[in-house]
Design a protein around this ligand. Structure first.
Ligand SMILES: NC(=O)C1=CN([C@@H]2O[C@H](COP(=O)(O)OP(=O)(O)OC[C@H]3O[C@@H](n4cnc5c(N)ncnc54)[C@H](OP(=O)(O)O)[C@@H]3O)[C@@H](O)[C@H]2O)[C@@H](O)CC1
Ligand SMILES: [K+]
Length: 494
């Protein structure tokens, strides 16, 4: 799914109106009905609603939603926040229609804001994608403060009022903090940014039938890997395949005290369909690997506690480097050789990334399209600090383009950034995955997919998606708090 910016969404809106021969009022009605379906699936008509409307089209949506809810027998109160003299045309039309059977109250000053008790549901339709300046004072600010301090649940229409669709807000900006955002047609770039989590809540997209033709043609740098996009990357096994068909992966992982990382990565690699797996570990890991991972072969380093030498690389179709590896100077030397010599598709993670940030020359040597999987701190060590998530994303795009690497920037919506600068945000995953070893599991999955011949770009998008999906299954089975990385491995499968 594509993610478009506010200006592109406006153009998409206009194109749909022109090419489908519908009016902007009819499109607003479609949007309102899509949101009503979302509401009716979750709340029956004993639920009371208070709708807060601005005077643009987001407010128009709010008025249309209020009318339809009221017609369906819900109890609805509607308030228009008078922050401006002017109102959009479709706002006016909807106001006239609504006022035929429901009185609309006006909020001009703070005292006009009603009490907002727990049992009502608040709909935030103050401002949408038309936000043109931050909100810091005035009656809009008062309304937002009231919504944010009420114990009642808040649902934002399209996007939380005050939140920029595709640019960073300042910490001082007033923004609605919804429990849910129900957004039209596509997620907004703002939803992908960790800093915006309080201003998005749990979000869903509802289809309002905007022109697929326009969306397909419109260029963008941002995509969302949902179930449909992931399914297109899947490969089905042929009946006459054999283990040779699915490649032989090599994992350089583990050191004294960190063999668990090697086991997790190895197990995830096997559970992701690789034909054969060899794990190269220091001597101290030999028995551990043989006993815990009987499906894998073990290649033993000369050193007792850390990796110092590379095995011959010819037999392997992919390489996973880093889980539990440590940063011993002898390991650094081995990775330096690897960065220069390997022509095999690779994933570098964990300690391998820390080594890369301490020895930037290795970074220059890495073959094109090597996959790096940093979490935000590791990325900061690699590429430097940034002021906010938008700036970090820009830095990550620069980094991927200038080094011609594939980056998996791990987070709530992990971003897969390709060497051409395209960004694919991931749909799956949950906070239960923020636990030790979760990253090692991802390295195992990616190494497995590369061994099976997936292009690095596809392996990264598909692997990150499947990692998150397995995490979601694990969380459903055990709950986010008690799930551990081994559970993610157990729930892998597609
Ligand atoms: N696109 C689609 O596909 C569809 C979109 N739909 C809906 O339309 C919404 C977008 O509507 P919209 O463009 O009218 O913008 P919206 O945010 O309601 O208000 C803009 C007004 O607010 C003003 N204003 C801005 N910032 C301000 C501030 N800080 N403080 C005070 N005022 C401020 C601004 O003033 P100006 O910038 O012109 O000075 C302007 O007058 C979208 O989110 C969705 O809900 C659906 O109905 C159908 C399909
Ligand atoms: K809104």
């Amino acid at each position: 799914m594509k993610i478009l910016n506010a200006a592109q969404i406006r153009a998409l809106d206009a194109y749909t109106i022109q090419n489908e021969g519908i009016s902007s009022f009819q499109l607003m009605e479609r949007a309102a009905r899509a949101l009503i379906r979302w509401i009716c699936e979750r709340y029956d008509n004993r639920q009371k609603f208070i709708v807060f409307c601005g005077k643009g089209n987001n407010g128009g949506d709010g008025l249309a939603i209020a009318r339809i809810l009221s017609q369906k027998g819900y109890s609805v109160e509607v308030f228009v926040v008078e922050y401006s003299e002017t109102a959009s045309v479709d706002f006016q039309k909807n106001r006239t229609l609504l006022e035929e059977f429901l009185s609309v109250k006006v909020i001009k000053q703070k005292e006009d804001i009603p009490p907002l008790p727990t049992q009502v549901l608040l709909l935030d339709a103050l401002l949408g994608t038309g936000l043109s300046r931050p909100i810091s004072a005035g009656i809009l600010a008062e309304a937002i403060k009231a919504l944010n301090t009420s114990p009642a649940q808040v649902i934002s229409v399209d996007i939380a009022s005050g939140l920029y669709c595709d640019a960073p807000n300042e910490p001082t900006d007033l923004i609605v903090r919804p429990d849910h955002t129900v957004s039209f047609q596509m997620p907004k770039l703002a939803f992908m940014m960790p800093q915006n989590a309080p201003f998005v809540g749990d979000w869903q997209v509802v289809d309002i039938g905007l022109s697929p033709e326009f969306i397909q043609k419109e260029p963008t740098q941002y995509y969302f890997t949902d179930a449909t996009a992931a399914q297109l990357l899947n490969r089905h096994r042929q009946k006459f395949s054999h283990k040779g068909t699915f490649g032989h992966a090599l994992m350089l992982a583990g050191s004294y005290g960190k063999m668990g990382a090697a086991i997790l990565a190895g197990k995830a690699c096997l559970r992701s369909g690789v034909g054969l797996l060899t794990v190269h570990t220091p001597r101290c890991g030999y028995e551990i690997m043989q006993i815990t991972l009987p499906e894998a072969m073990t290649s033993v380093d000369l050193h007792e506690q850390c990796m110092t030498t590379l095995p011959a690389l010819e037999p392997y179709s992919s390489l996973g480097v880093g889980p539990g590896l440590g940063k011993d100077p002898q390991t650094v030397r081995a990775l330096e050789t690897l960065s220069r010599q390997s022509a095999i598709p690779m994933v570098w993670d964990a300690d391998a990334l820390n080594i890369l940030s301490e020895y930037p020359d290795l970074l220059k040597n890495l073959p094109e399209k090597t996959i790096l999987t940093p979490h935000p701190k590791e990325f900061q060590r690699l590429a430097g600090a940034s002021k906010n998530d938008f700036e970090r994303l820009a830095l990550a795009r620069d980094f991927a383009q200038s080094h011609q690497l594939v980056l998996c920037l791990k987070g709530a919506h992990s971003a897969v950034i390709l060497p051409d600068g395209m960004v694919h945000f991931n749909a799956t995953g949950n906070a239960g995955m923020a636990t030790g070893g979760s990253g090692d599991v991802l390295t195992g999955i990616l190494t497995s997919l590369l061994a099976q011949g997936f292009l690095p770009e596809d392996a990264a998008r598909f692997g990150v998606y499947q990692h998150g999906l397995a995490g979601d299954r694990a969380a459903a089975a055990r709950c986010e708090v008690s799930m551990i990385a081994s559970d993610i491995v157990e729930y892998l499968g597609w």
